[in-house]
Design a protein around this ligand. Structure first.
Ligand code: NAD
Length: 515
Protein backbone atom coordinates (compact mmCIF):
# COMPACT_ATOMS: atom_id res chain seq x y z
CA UNK A 1 0.00 0.00 0.00
CA UNK A 2 1.40 3.43 -1.01
CA UNK A 3 2.06 6.15 1.53
CA UNK A 4 -0.89 8.38 2.37
CA UNK A 5 -0.77 12.04 1.33
CA UNK A 6 -1.07 14.76 3.98
CA UNK A 7 -4.51 15.66 2.60
CA UNK A 8 -5.69 12.04 2.78
CA UNK A 9 -4.54 11.80 6.41
CA UNK A 10 -6.29 15.00 7.43
CA UNK A 11 -9.51 13.86 5.74
CA UNK A 12 -9.31 10.48 7.45
CA UNK A 13 -8.74 12.08 10.86
CA UNK A 14 -11.64 14.50 10.41
CA UNK A 15 -13.98 11.72 9.30
CA UNK A 16 -13.01 9.55 12.27
CA UNK A 17 -13.61 12.48 14.63
CA UNK A 18 -17.03 13.05 13.05
CA UNK A 19 -17.90 9.38 13.42
CA UNK A 20 -17.40 9.57 17.20
CA UNK A 21 -20.67 11.55 17.26
CA UNK A 22 -18.94 14.45 19.03
CA UNK A 23 -20.64 17.08 16.86
CA UNK A 24 -24.18 15.80 17.44
CA UNK A 25 -24.99 17.57 20.76
CA UNK A 26 -25.97 21.19 20.20
CA UNK A 27 -23.93 22.14 23.26
CA UNK A 28 -20.74 21.05 21.51
CA UNK A 29 -21.59 23.03 18.36
CA UNK A 30 -22.41 26.11 20.43
CA UNK A 31 -19.16 25.84 22.31
CA UNK A 32 -17.19 25.65 19.01
CA UNK A 33 -19.13 28.64 17.68
CA UNK A 34 -18.29 30.56 20.87
CA UNK A 35 -14.64 29.71 20.30
CA UNK A 36 -14.88 30.93 16.72
CA UNK A 37 -16.44 34.17 17.95
CA UNK A 38 -13.62 34.54 20.44
CA UNK A 39 -11.12 33.95 17.62
CA UNK A 40 -12.65 36.66 15.41
CA UNK A 41 -12.75 39.22 18.22
CA UNK A 42 -9.44 38.42 19.93
CA UNK A 43 -7.47 38.12 16.68
CA UNK A 44 -8.93 41.14 14.93
CA UNK A 45 -5.49 42.71 14.69
CA UNK A 46 -3.75 39.66 13.19
CA UNK A 47 -6.62 39.22 10.72
CA UNK A 48 -6.44 42.88 9.65
CA UNK A 49 -2.62 42.71 9.32
CA UNK A 50 -2.82 39.70 7.02
CA UNK A 51 -5.44 41.35 4.78
CA UNK A 52 -3.36 44.54 4.73
CA UNK A 53 -0.40 42.54 3.41
CA UNK A 54 -2.53 40.66 0.86
CA UNK A 55 -4.80 43.41 -0.47
CA UNK A 56 -3.54 46.66 1.06
CA UNK A 57 -6.81 47.07 2.92
CA UNK A 58 -7.11 49.28 6.01
CA UNK A 59 -7.86 47.82 9.45
CA UNK A 60 -11.31 49.41 9.55
CA UNK A 61 -12.02 48.20 6.01
CA UNK A 62 -11.28 44.62 7.06
CA UNK A 63 -13.48 44.98 10.11
CA UNK A 64 -16.35 46.31 8.01
CA UNK A 65 -16.09 43.82 5.15
CA UNK A 66 -14.71 40.69 6.75
CA UNK A 67 -14.99 40.24 10.50
CA UNK A 68 -18.20 42.12 11.31
CA UNK A 69 -20.22 39.86 9.02
CA UNK A 70 -18.64 36.73 10.53
CA UNK A 71 -19.42 37.93 14.04
CA UNK A 72 -23.03 38.59 13.07
CA UNK A 73 -23.38 35.15 11.50
CA UNK A 74 -21.93 33.43 14.59
CA UNK A 75 -24.18 35.35 17.00
CA UNK A 76 -27.23 34.56 14.88
CA UNK A 77 -26.37 30.86 14.83
CA UNK A 78 -25.80 30.82 18.60
CA UNK A 79 -29.14 32.51 19.16
CA UNK A 80 -31.23 30.31 16.86
CA UNK A 81 -29.43 26.98 16.69
CA UNK A 82 -31.88 25.18 18.99
CA UNK A 83 -34.79 26.25 16.77
CA UNK A 84 -33.01 25.47 13.51
CA UNK A 85 -31.99 22.00 14.67
CA UNK A 86 -35.39 21.07 16.15
CA UNK A 87 -37.71 18.62 14.38
CA UNK A 88 -40.05 20.42 11.97
CA UNK A 89 -43.57 18.91 12.02
CA UNK A 90 -45.28 18.67 8.62
CA UNK A 91 -48.85 18.33 7.36
CA UNK A 92 -50.29 14.83 7.36
CA UNK A 93 -52.78 12.74 5.40
CA UNK A 94 -55.83 11.07 6.90
CA UNK A 95 -53.94 7.76 6.99
CA UNK A 96 -51.02 9.19 8.96
CA UNK A 97 -53.10 11.40 11.26
CA UNK A 98 -52.22 9.54 14.47
CA UNK A 99 -48.52 9.37 13.53
CA UNK A 100 -45.59 11.72 13.96
CA UNK A 101 -44.42 13.22 10.66
CA UNK A 102 -41.54 15.66 10.73
CA UNK A 103 -38.33 16.81 9.07
CA UNK A 104 -35.24 16.28 11.19
CA UNK A 105 -32.18 18.33 10.16
CA UNK A 106 -29.13 16.11 10.36
CA UNK A 107 -25.39 16.73 9.81
CA UNK A 108 -24.14 15.73 6.38
CA UNK A 109 -20.73 14.55 7.62
CA UNK A 110 -17.47 15.97 6.34
CA UNK A 111 -17.55 19.25 4.42
CA UNK A 112 -14.73 20.70 2.32
CA UNK A 113 -14.65 24.52 2.27
CA UNK A 114 -12.53 26.01 -0.51
CA UNK A 115 -12.13 29.78 -0.27
CA UNK A 116 -11.20 32.56 -2.70
CA UNK A 117 -8.65 35.31 -2.09
CA UNK A 118 -10.71 38.52 -2.41
CA UNK A 119 -12.29 38.41 1.07
CA UNK A 120 -10.09 35.60 2.40
CA UNK A 121 -11.65 35.44 5.88
CA UNK A 122 -15.32 36.07 5.11
CA UNK A 123 -15.58 33.48 2.31
CA UNK A 124 -14.06 30.74 4.47
CA UNK A 125 -15.34 31.53 7.97
CA UNK A 126 -18.95 32.26 7.01
CA UNK A 127 -19.50 28.82 5.43
CA UNK A 128 -17.64 27.37 8.41
CA UNK A 129 -20.25 28.86 10.76
CA UNK A 130 -22.94 26.96 8.85
CA UNK A 131 -20.89 23.76 8.84
CA UNK A 132 -20.31 23.86 12.60
CA UNK A 133 -23.91 24.84 13.38
CA UNK A 134 -25.22 21.96 11.26
CA UNK A 135 -22.97 19.53 13.17
CA UNK A 136 -20.49 18.70 10.43
CA UNK A 137 -16.74 18.28 10.45
CA UNK A 138 -15.09 20.67 7.98
CA UNK A 139 -11.76 20.98 6.23
CA UNK A 140 -10.91 24.58 5.48
CA UNK A 141 -8.79 25.30 2.38
CA UNK A 142 -8.02 29.03 2.15
CA UNK A 143 -6.81 30.45 -1.15
CA UNK A 144 -3.04 30.31 -1.62
CA UNK A 145 -3.29 33.57 -3.59
CA UNK A 146 -4.00 35.54 -0.39
CA UNK A 147 -0.98 33.89 1.20
CA UNK A 148 -0.68 36.01 4.37
CA UNK A 149 -4.29 35.39 5.33
CA UNK A 150 -3.91 31.67 4.59
CA UNK A 151 -0.82 31.48 6.80
CA UNK A 152 -2.48 33.36 9.66
CA UNK A 153 -5.54 31.11 9.39
CA UNK A 154 -3.45 27.95 9.47
CA UNK A 155 -1.52 29.18 12.52
CA UNK A 156 -4.29 30.76 14.57
CA UNK A 157 -7.56 28.94 13.96
CA UNK A 158 -6.34 25.61 15.49
CA UNK A 159 -5.75 27.49 18.74
CA UNK A 160 -9.51 27.98 19.04
CA UNK A 161 -11.29 25.10 17.29
CA UNK A 162 -11.20 21.32 17.61
CA UNK A 163 -8.20 20.48 15.44
CA UNK A 164 -9.37 17.04 14.29
CA UNK A 165 -12.82 18.23 13.27
CA UNK A 166 -11.96 21.59 11.70
CA UNK A 167 -8.40 21.50 10.32
CA UNK A 168 -7.00 24.17 8.02
CA UNK A 169 -5.16 22.76 4.99
CA UNK A 170 -3.07 25.26 3.10
CA UNK A 171 -1.74 24.77 -0.39
CA UNK A 172 -2.26 25.60 -4.03
CA UNK A 173 -3.82 23.93 -7.02
CA UNK A 174 -2.19 20.51 -6.57
CA UNK A 175 -3.10 20.32 -2.86
CA UNK A 176 -6.68 21.35 -3.64
CA UNK A 177 -6.85 18.74 -6.38
CA UNK A 178 -5.54 16.10 -3.97
CA UNK A 179 -8.20 17.13 -1.46
CA UNK A 180 -10.85 16.92 -4.16
CA UNK A 181 -9.85 13.32 -4.89
CA UNK A 182 -10.97 12.41 -1.36
CA UNK A 183 -14.55 11.63 -0.46
CA UNK A 184 -16.56 14.41 1.20
CA UNK A 185 -20.24 14.73 2.04
CA UNK A 186 -20.38 18.27 0.67
CA UNK A 187 -18.00 20.62 -1.10
CA UNK A 188 -18.51 24.34 -0.56
CA UNK A 189 -16.51 26.24 -3.17
CA UNK A 190 -16.06 29.99 -3.62
CA UNK A 191 -14.14 31.16 -6.68
CA UNK A 192 -14.28 31.44 -10.43
CA UNK A 193 -16.74 29.61 -12.69
CA UNK A 194 -13.95 27.81 -14.55
CA UNK A 195 -12.52 26.22 -11.40
CA UNK A 196 -16.09 25.68 -10.16
CA UNK A 197 -16.58 23.34 -13.10
CA UNK A 198 -13.48 21.30 -12.06
CA UNK A 199 -14.71 21.15 -8.47
CA UNK A 200 -18.08 19.84 -9.57
CA UNK A 201 -16.45 17.28 -11.83
CA UNK A 202 -14.26 15.98 -8.99
CA UNK A 203 -17.22 15.88 -6.59
CA UNK A 204 -19.31 13.96 -9.13
CA UNK A 205 -16.89 11.01 -8.87
CA UNK A 206 -18.15 10.50 -5.28
CA UNK A 207 -21.71 11.75 -5.93
CA UNK A 208 -20.91 14.56 -3.50
CA UNK A 209 -23.25 17.56 -3.58
CA UNK A 210 -21.68 20.97 -4.12
CA UNK A 211 -22.33 24.59 -3.31
CA UNK A 212 -20.69 26.82 -5.90
CA UNK A 213 -20.38 30.48 -5.00
CA UNK A 214 -19.11 31.85 -8.30
CA UNK A 215 -18.89 35.25 -9.93
CA UNK A 216 -19.81 36.78 -13.27
CA UNK A 217 -20.74 40.15 -14.68
CA UNK A 218 -23.34 41.81 -12.45
CA UNK A 219 -25.08 44.60 -14.40
CA UNK A 220 -26.33 47.89 -13.00
CA UNK A 221 -29.12 49.72 -14.82
CA UNK A 222 -29.56 53.43 -14.03
CA UNK A 223 -32.92 54.85 -15.11
CA UNK A 224 -33.14 58.60 -15.91
CA UNK A 225 -35.85 59.18 -13.26
CA UNK A 226 -33.59 58.41 -10.29
CA UNK A 227 -31.51 60.75 -8.15
CA UNK A 228 -28.28 60.39 -10.16
CA UNK A 229 -26.15 61.85 -7.38
CA UNK A 230 -27.29 59.27 -4.84
CA UNK A 231 -27.07 56.48 -7.43
CA UNK A 232 -23.50 57.55 -8.27
CA UNK A 233 -22.46 57.49 -4.59
CA UNK A 234 -23.78 53.98 -4.09
CA UNK A 235 -22.36 52.65 -7.37
CA UNK A 236 -18.94 54.24 -6.73
CA UNK A 237 -18.83 52.64 -3.29
CA UNK A 238 -19.99 49.24 -4.56
CA UNK A 239 -17.54 49.22 -7.45
CA UNK A 240 -14.31 50.53 -5.95
CA UNK A 241 -14.39 48.95 -2.51
CA UNK A 242 -11.58 46.34 -2.36
CA UNK A 243 -10.45 47.76 -5.73
CA UNK A 244 -13.39 46.18 -7.50
CA UNK A 245 -12.32 42.69 -6.38
CA UNK A 246 -15.77 41.87 -5.05
CA UNK A 247 -17.92 39.09 -6.47
CA UNK A 248 -21.05 41.26 -6.22
CA UNK A 249 -19.46 44.51 -7.43
CA UNK A 250 -21.50 46.19 -10.17
CA UNK A 251 -19.50 45.00 -13.17
CA UNK A 252 -20.84 47.53 -15.71
CA UNK A 253 -23.45 50.27 -15.95
CA UNK A 254 -26.27 50.36 -18.49
CA UNK A 255 -27.92 53.75 -19.01
CA UNK A 256 -29.37 56.08 -21.61
CA UNK A 257 -26.90 58.54 -23.24
CA UNK A 258 -28.61 61.42 -21.39
CA UNK A 259 -27.69 59.84 -18.05
CA UNK A 260 -24.10 58.99 -18.97
CA UNK A 261 -22.51 62.45 -18.71
CA UNK A 262 -24.34 63.33 -15.47
CA UNK A 263 -23.36 60.01 -13.96
CA UNK A 264 -19.73 60.50 -14.98
CA UNK A 265 -19.56 63.89 -13.28
CA UNK A 266 -21.11 62.57 -10.08
CA UNK A 267 -18.81 59.52 -10.00
CA UNK A 268 -15.83 61.86 -10.45
CA UNK A 269 -16.97 63.87 -7.40
CA UNK A 270 -17.58 60.72 -5.32
CA UNK A 271 -14.15 59.29 -6.08
CA UNK A 272 -12.62 62.53 -4.86
CA UNK A 273 -14.80 62.52 -1.74
CA UNK A 274 -14.24 58.84 -0.87
CA UNK A 275 -10.59 58.37 -1.88
CA UNK A 276 -9.20 61.94 -2.13
CA UNK A 277 -7.45 63.40 -5.19
CA UNK A 278 -4.73 60.82 -4.73
CA UNK A 279 -6.30 57.36 -4.08
CA UNK A 280 -2.86 55.75 -4.35
CA UNK A 281 -1.75 57.33 -1.11
CA UNK A 282 -5.08 56.92 0.66
CA UNK A 283 -5.40 54.11 3.22
CA UNK A 284 -8.98 53.14 2.29
CA UNK A 285 -8.05 52.37 -1.31
CA UNK A 286 -6.38 48.97 -1.62
CA UNK A 287 -4.31 47.11 -4.18
CA UNK A 288 -4.75 44.46 -6.84
CA UNK A 289 -3.96 41.04 -5.37
CA UNK A 290 -0.96 40.30 -7.65
CA UNK A 291 0.82 41.24 -10.89
CA UNK A 292 -0.96 38.54 -12.91
CA UNK A 293 -4.32 40.06 -12.08
CA UNK A 294 -2.89 43.59 -12.53
CA UNK A 295 -1.87 42.80 -16.11
CA UNK A 296 -5.18 41.07 -16.82
CA UNK A 297 -7.18 44.11 -15.64
CA UNK A 298 -5.01 46.64 -17.49
CA UNK A 299 -5.45 44.54 -20.63
CA UNK A 300 -9.22 44.86 -20.33
CA UNK A 301 -9.03 48.63 -20.95
CA UNK A 302 -7.92 48.05 -24.58
CA UNK A 303 -10.40 49.35 -27.14
CA UNK A 304 -12.37 51.54 -24.69
CA UNK A 305 -11.97 55.24 -23.84
CA UNK A 306 -10.80 56.10 -20.34
CA UNK A 307 -13.23 58.74 -19.12
CA UNK A 308 -11.88 58.88 -15.56
CA UNK A 309 -8.74 57.60 -13.82
CA UNK A 310 -6.82 54.95 -15.73
CA UNK A 311 -3.55 55.51 -13.82
CA UNK A 312 -1.64 52.41 -12.78
CA UNK A 313 1.65 51.22 -11.29
CA UNK A 314 2.60 47.60 -11.86
CA UNK A 315 5.33 47.49 -9.20
CA UNK A 316 2.78 48.54 -6.57
CA UNK A 317 -0.17 46.57 -8.05
CA UNK A 318 -2.07 49.85 -8.13
CA UNK A 319 -4.86 50.70 -10.54
CA UNK A 320 -6.79 53.89 -9.80
CA UNK A 321 -10.59 54.07 -9.84
CA UNK A 322 -11.38 54.10 -13.56
CA UNK A 323 -14.50 54.73 -15.65
CA UNK A 324 -14.61 53.63 -19.29
CA UNK A 325 -16.86 55.04 -22.00
CA UNK A 326 -17.50 54.25 -25.69
CA UNK A 327 -17.74 50.65 -24.62
CA UNK A 328 -19.49 48.33 -27.03
CA UNK A 329 -21.05 45.01 -26.16
CA UNK A 330 -18.16 43.17 -27.83
CA UNK A 331 -15.34 45.21 -26.23
CA UNK A 332 -12.67 43.24 -24.39
CA UNK A 333 -13.89 44.50 -21.01
CA UNK A 334 -17.31 42.96 -21.69
CA UNK A 335 -15.92 39.49 -22.40
CA UNK A 336 -15.13 38.43 -18.81
CA UNK A 337 -15.81 39.40 -15.20
CA UNK A 338 -13.68 42.51 -14.57
CA UNK A 339 -12.86 41.89 -10.89
CA UNK A 340 -10.93 45.14 -10.74
CA UNK A 341 -11.52 48.93 -10.47
CA UNK A 342 -12.84 49.52 -14.01
CA UNK A 343 -16.40 50.70 -14.52
CA UNK A 344 -17.57 50.54 -18.14
CA UNK A 345 -20.66 52.53 -19.10
CA UNK A 346 -22.73 51.10 -21.93
CA UNK A 347 -25.44 53.07 -23.70
CA UNK A 348 -28.89 51.58 -24.05
CA UNK A 349 -32.07 53.18 -25.36
CA UNK A 350 -34.04 52.45 -22.17
CA UNK A 351 -35.25 49.79 -19.82
CA UNK A 352 -36.43 47.45 -22.64
CA UNK A 353 -32.98 47.31 -24.18
CA UNK A 354 -31.36 46.98 -20.75
CA UNK A 355 -33.51 43.93 -19.98
CA UNK A 356 -32.71 42.48 -23.40
CA UNK A 357 -28.98 43.10 -22.89
CA UNK A 358 -29.02 41.35 -19.51
CA UNK A 359 -31.16 38.43 -20.70
CA UNK A 360 -28.86 37.77 -23.68
CA UNK A 361 -26.02 36.96 -21.28
CA UNK A 362 -25.24 34.44 -18.52
CA UNK A 363 -27.32 34.77 -15.35
CA UNK A 364 -25.36 37.08 -13.02
CA UNK A 365 -24.87 36.89 -9.26
CA UNK A 366 -26.84 40.10 -8.80
CA UNK A 367 -28.67 42.71 -10.88
CA UNK A 368 -28.74 46.31 -9.67
CA UNK A 369 -31.42 48.74 -10.75
CA UNK A 370 -31.66 52.42 -9.83
CA UNK A 371 -35.07 54.01 -10.36
CA UNK A 372 -37.96 55.68 -8.53
CA UNK A 373 -40.43 53.68 -10.61
CA UNK A 374 -41.71 50.57 -8.82
CA UNK A 375 -43.00 49.18 -12.13
CA UNK A 376 -39.48 49.14 -13.57
CA UNK A 377 -38.19 47.33 -10.49
CA UNK A 378 -41.00 44.81 -10.87
CA UNK A 379 -40.18 44.34 -14.55
CA UNK A 380 -36.54 43.65 -13.70
CA UNK A 381 -37.66 41.08 -11.14
CA UNK A 382 -40.05 39.24 -13.46
CA UNK A 383 -38.23 39.57 -16.79
CA UNK A 384 -34.65 38.71 -15.77
CA UNK A 385 -32.90 36.10 -13.64
CA UNK A 386 -29.94 36.40 -11.25
CA UNK A 387 -28.81 35.20 -7.82
CA UNK A 388 -30.24 38.38 -6.28
CA UNK A 389 -31.82 41.66 -7.28
CA UNK A 390 -31.06 44.85 -5.42
CA UNK A 391 -32.91 48.06 -6.20
CA UNK A 392 -31.40 51.47 -5.44
CA UNK A 393 -28.24 50.31 -3.71
CA UNK A 394 -25.18 48.10 -4.12
CA UNK A 395 -23.81 45.17 -2.07
CA UNK A 396 -26.01 45.58 1.01
CA UNK A 397 -28.18 42.52 0.30
CA UNK A 398 -25.09 40.54 1.41
CA UNK A 399 -25.57 41.85 4.95
CA UNK A 400 -29.19 40.70 5.32
CA UNK A 401 -28.70 37.20 6.66
CA UNK A 402 -32.35 36.26 6.21
CA UNK A 403 -31.84 36.62 2.44
CA UNK A 404 -30.24 33.53 0.86
CA UNK A 405 -26.94 34.44 -0.79
CA UNK A 406 -25.92 32.54 -3.90
CA UNK A 407 -25.97 32.39 -7.66
CA UNK A 408 -28.03 30.78 -10.38
CA UNK A 409 -26.81 29.21 -13.61
CA UNK A 410 -23.31 30.45 -14.37
CA UNK A 411 -23.08 32.42 -11.11
CA UNK A 412 -23.37 29.28 -9.01
CA UNK A 413 -25.66 26.95 -7.16
CA UNK A 414 -26.76 26.63 -3.55
CA UNK A 415 -27.13 29.38 -1.03
CA UNK A 416 -25.94 30.43 2.42
CA UNK A 417 -26.03 33.04 5.21
CA UNK A 418 -27.93 32.70 8.48
CA UNK A 419 -30.42 29.85 8.56
CA UNK A 420 -29.75 29.16 4.86
CA UNK A 421 -26.16 28.08 5.69
CA UNK A 422 -27.49 25.69 8.31
CA UNK A 423 -29.98 24.22 5.86
CA UNK A 424 -27.53 24.06 2.96
CA UNK A 425 -25.14 21.99 5.06
CA UNK A 426 -27.77 19.77 6.69
CA UNK A 427 -29.61 16.76 5.41
CA UNK A 428 -33.33 17.41 5.78
CA UNK A 429 -34.34 13.93 6.81
CA UNK A 430 -37.96 12.80 6.46
CA UNK A 431 -39.20 11.00 9.56
CA UNK A 432 -42.54 9.22 9.85
CA UNK A 433 -43.11 7.37 13.10
CA UNK A 434 -46.16 5.09 12.95
CA UNK A 435 -47.67 2.77 15.50
CA UNK A 436 -48.34 -0.94 15.09
CA UNK A 437 -51.89 -0.47 16.36
CA UNK A 438 -55.08 0.07 14.30
CA UNK A 439 -54.17 -2.45 11.58
CA UNK A 440 -57.76 -2.50 10.33
CA UNK A 441 -57.31 1.06 9.00
CA UNK A 442 -54.65 -0.27 6.62
CA UNK A 443 -56.84 -2.93 4.99
CA UNK A 444 -57.62 -0.73 2.01
CA UNK A 445 -54.03 -0.85 0.76
CA UNK A 446 -53.49 -4.59 0.94
CA UNK A 447 -54.43 -7.01 -1.84
CA UNK A 448 -56.80 -8.27 -2.99
CA UNK A 449 -57.70 -4.83 -4.35
CA UNK A 450 -61.27 -4.02 -5.31
CA UNK A 451 -63.12 -0.82 -6.12
CA UNK A 452 -64.23 -0.22 -2.52
CA UNK A 453 -60.74 -0.58 -1.13
CA UNK A 454 -59.35 1.68 -3.85
CA UNK A 455 -61.93 4.36 -2.93
CA UNK A 456 -60.97 4.12 0.73
CA UNK A 457 -57.27 4.29 -0.11
CA UNK A 458 -57.88 7.46 -2.12
CA UNK A 459 -59.66 9.00 0.89
CA UNK A 460 -56.84 7.98 3.23
CA UNK A 461 -54.22 9.65 1.06
CA UNK A 462 -56.03 12.95 0.91
CA UNK A 463 -53.70 15.75 1.97
CA UNK A 464 -53.18 18.11 3.55
CA UNK A 465 -55.71 17.47 6.25
CA UNK A 466 -54.19 18.87 9.36
CA UNK A 467 -51.24 21.15 9.73
CA UNK A 468 -49.74 20.05 13.01
CA UNK A 469 -47.06 22.69 13.23
CA UNK A 470 -46.41 23.86 16.78
CA UNK A 471 -47.92 27.27 16.12
CA UNK A 472 -51.13 25.77 14.69
CA UNK A 473 -51.32 23.43 17.64
CA UNK A 474 -51.00 26.29 20.14
CA UNK A 475 -53.64 28.25 18.23
CA UNK A 476 -55.99 25.27 18.14
CA UNK A 477 -55.63 24.62 21.89
CA UNK A 478 -56.07 28.34 22.76
CA UNK A 479 -59.14 28.64 20.52
CA UNK A 480 -60.67 25.53 22.09
CA UNK A 481 -60.02 26.81 25.64
CA UNK A 482 -61.54 30.21 24.78
CA UNK A 483 -64.57 28.53 23.17
CA UNK A 484 -65.11 26.30 26.22
CA UNK A 485 -64.80 29.27 28.61
CA UNK A 486 -67.29 31.25 26.52
CA UNK A 487 -69.70 28.33 26.45
CA UNK A 488 -69.49 27.82 30.22
CA UNK A 489 -70.06 31.57 30.76
CA UNK A 490 -73.08 31.45 28.47
CA UNK A 491 -74.56 28.46 30.32
CA UNK A 492 -73.98 30.18 33.69
CA UNK A 493 -75.68 33.37 32.45
CA UNK A 494 -78.62 31.36 31.13
CA UNK A 495 -78.91 29.48 34.40
CA UNK A 496 -78.85 32.70 36.44
CA UNK A 497 -81.40 34.27 34.13
CA UNK A 498 -83.62 31.22 34.42
CA UNK A 499 -83.11 31.30 38.21
CA UNK A 500 -84.11 34.95 38.40
CA UNK A 501 -87.13 34.23 36.30
CA UNK A 502 -88.15 31.39 38.67
CA UNK A 503 -87.60 33.65 41.67
CA UNK A 504 -89.84 36.29 40.10
CA UNK A 505 -92.60 33.79 39.53
CA UNK A 506 -92.24 32.56 43.13
CA UNK A 507 -92.68 36.02 44.68
CA UNK A 508 -95.46 36.85 42.23
CA UNK A 509 -97.20 33.63 43.39
CA UNK A 510 -96.92 34.61 47.06
CA UNK A 511 -98.20 38.14 46.28
CA UNK A 512 -101.18 36.80 44.34
CA UNK A 513 -101.97 34.34 47.15
CA UNK A 514 -102.21 37.01 49.87
CA UNK A 515 -103.83 39.81 47.84
P1 NAD B 1 -8.66 31.59 -6.39
O1 NAD B 1 -7.66 31.64 -7.48
O2 NAD B 1 -8.24 31.87 -5.01
O3 NAD B 1 -9.36 30.17 -6.46
C1 NAD B 1 -10.33 29.79 -5.53
C2 NAD B 1 -9.95 28.48 -4.89
O4 NAD B 1 -9.86 27.49 -5.88
C3 NAD B 1 -8.60 28.53 -4.18
O5 NAD B 1 -8.71 27.96 -2.91
C4 NAD B 1 -7.68 27.73 -5.10
O6 NAD B 1 -6.71 27.03 -4.36
C5 NAD B 1 -8.63 26.79 -5.78
N1 NAD B 1 -8.19 26.45 -7.14
C6 NAD B 1 -7.69 27.29 -8.06
N2 NAD B 1 -7.43 26.63 -9.21
C7 NAD B 1 -7.78 25.34 -8.99
C8 NAD B 1 -7.76 24.15 -9.78
N3 NAD B 1 -7.31 24.15 -11.03
N4 NAD B 1 -8.22 23.01 -9.21
C9 NAD B 1 -8.67 22.99 -7.94
N5 NAD B 1 -8.69 24.08 -7.16
C10 NAD B 1 -8.26 25.22 -7.66
O7 NAD B 1 -9.85 32.56 -6.65
P2 NAD B 1 -10.47 33.03 -7.97
O8 NAD B 1 -11.05 31.87 -8.68
O9 NAD B 1 -9.57 33.97 -8.69
O10 NAD B 1 -11.63 33.91 -7.27
C11 NAD B 1 -12.22 34.94 -7.88
C12 NAD B 1 -13.60 34.53 -8.33
O11 NAD B 1 -14.35 34.15 -7.20
C13 NAD B 1 -14.36 35.64 -8.98
O12 NAD B 1 -15.00 35.14 -10.12
C14 NAD B 1 -15.37 36.04 -7.94
O13 NAD B 1 -16.54 36.60 -8.48
C15 NAD B 1 -15.63 34.74 -7.25
N6 NAD B 1 -16.11 34.95 -5.90
C16 NAD B 1 -17.38 34.60 -5.63
C17 NAD B 1 -17.89 34.81 -4.36
C18 NAD B 1 -19.31 34.45 -4.04
O14 NAD B 1 -19.66 34.49 -2.87
N7 NAD B 1 -20.12 34.10 -5.00
C19 NAD B 1 -17.09 35.37 -3.36
C20 NAD B 1 -15.79 35.69 -3.67
C21 NAD B 1 -15.30 35.48 -4.95
Amino acid sequence: MGEMSREELVVQRARKAFQTGKTKPLEFRKQQLQNLLRFVTERRKEIADSVKKDLGKSERGTELFETLGCEGEIRLALQHLSDWAAPRPVEKTLMTLPDQAYVQPQPLGLVLIIGAWNYPWAVTLQPLVGAIAAGNAAIIKPSEVSSHSAKAMEELLPQYLDTDLYPVVSGGVSETQELLRQRFDHVFYTGSSSVGRLVMEAAAAHLTPVTLELGGKSPCYVHPDCNIRVAARRITWGKFVNCGQTCIAPDYVLCEPSVESRLLEEVRECIKEFYTENPKGFEDYGRIINQRHFRRIVGLMEGSTVALGGDCDEADCYIGPTVLKDVSADSKVMKEEIFGPLLPIISVSGVDQAIQFISDREKPLVIYVFTEDKKIIQRMITETSSGALLANDCLVHFTVSTLPFGGVGHSGMGRYHGKHSFEQLSHMRSCLVRSLAMESVNLSRYPPQDRRRARRARMAMRAPLIDMSRRTFVWAVSATVIAVVLMVTLVVILLIAAGLNCTCWYWRGIYNYFW
